[in-house]
Design a protein around this ligand. Structure first.
Ligand SMILES: C[S@@+](CC[C@H](N)C(=O)[O-])C[C@H]1O[C@@H](n2cnc3c(N)ncnc32)[C@H](O)[C@@H]1O
Length: 271
């Protein structure tokens, strides 16, 4: 039957001929929601990206769905967005239960809204399952709370492609705001120069977390005035989340106790 995905308290049951956008979280399979796992187990076709769990992790789960990888890989061009939506529509029209698995949350810089609109315009029903966004979970992986009572009460999440907006410059200059930058490695120097020129103190703490929640996780910290040099010295690479604000100060939550599990290597650069 072609029709609506049935939504109960435990979430939708996938229906043939529909598309479900699934938030895959920042990488590890156990940071996907139970609802996301259930949707993947029911899918006929899973269309995956480079970020989030990725095709290798999905293969580990041993489900029998066809897995189509549309993500970027070194040396390969990503599949254009129109082709991705065309693929989703084609498989749904063929009567498959299609899952579009995206890194983090589908609606946080994930082009999820565009995919929903394109499917609906083609008459295909779409459901969305939220995910753990890297914008919050990657700072957490480095021990950085994006809000902290008495320190930061506002979070400004922005992408780092193109010159910063007036709203971003105001957020950066405000000591009670945490600014979180996704896709910001290439534009870091431009962002920092603009922030300093618009009154953000060079002493404002900053941190960059690469490949958060993976075994390649690495944290680089420095005051804003030194973060570009630190990133260059350490050859910081994407994917990374950049945090600027008082919450990025080393030692905010005090050093971990020796008995606490340490999830990842953390290296600080303080210059
Ligand atoms: C196209 S955006 C997608 C964001 C995603 N929808 C989310 O909610 O996390 C890709 C950016 O997310 C960030 N990102 C995603 N996963 C990450 C991870 N595991 N570690 C560090 N940054 C990550 C990086 O800034 C990367 O350039």
């Amino acid at each position: 039957m072609r029709g609506s995905a049935t939504a109960g308290r435990s979430g939708p049951t996938l229906v043939p001929g529909t598309v479900t956008l699934v938030g895959g979280g920042p990488g590890p399979l156990d940071l996907m929601t139970v609802r996301a796992h259930r949707a993947l187990a029911q899918a006929d076709v899973i269309v995956t990206d480079r970020l989030g769990p990725g095709p290798e992790a999905i293969a580990e789960l041993g489900w029998c769905a066809e897995v189509i990888d549309v993500g970027k890989h070194p040396g390969h061009h990503p599949i254009p967005q129109e082709q991705i939506t065309a693929l989703l529509i084609e498989h749904a029209r063929a009567g498959h239960a299609v899952v579009r698995l995206k890194g983090g949350d589908p609606f946080v810089f994930g082009r999820g809204g565009e995919e929903v609109a394109a499917c609906r315009a083609a008459g295909i029903e779409v459901a969305v399952i939220p995910g753990v966004s890297s914008a919050i979970a990657v700072p957490q992986a480095a021990g950085i709370p994006v809000t902290h009572r008495g320190t930061a009460a506002t979070v400004h999440i922005v992408h780092g492609q193109g010159p910063p907006s007036a709203a971003t410059l105001a957020a950066l200059a405000d000591g009670s705001v945490t600014t979180i930058v996704l896709m910001g490695v290439a534009g870091l120097e431009r962002l920092v120069a603009a922030a300093l020129a618009h009154g953000t103190p060079a002493s404002r703490p900053a941190a960059i977390v690469e490949s958060g929640h993976t075994d390649r996780q690495r944290t680089t910290r420095a005051p804003l005035g030194g973060i570009v040099a630190a990133a260059r010295e350490r050859e910081v690479r994407s994917p990374a989340v950049i945090m600027i604000g008082e919450v990025a100060r080393a030692g905010l939550l005090l050093p971990a106790l020796p008995s606490e599990p340490v999830g990842a290597v953390q290296v600080d650069v303080l210059s």
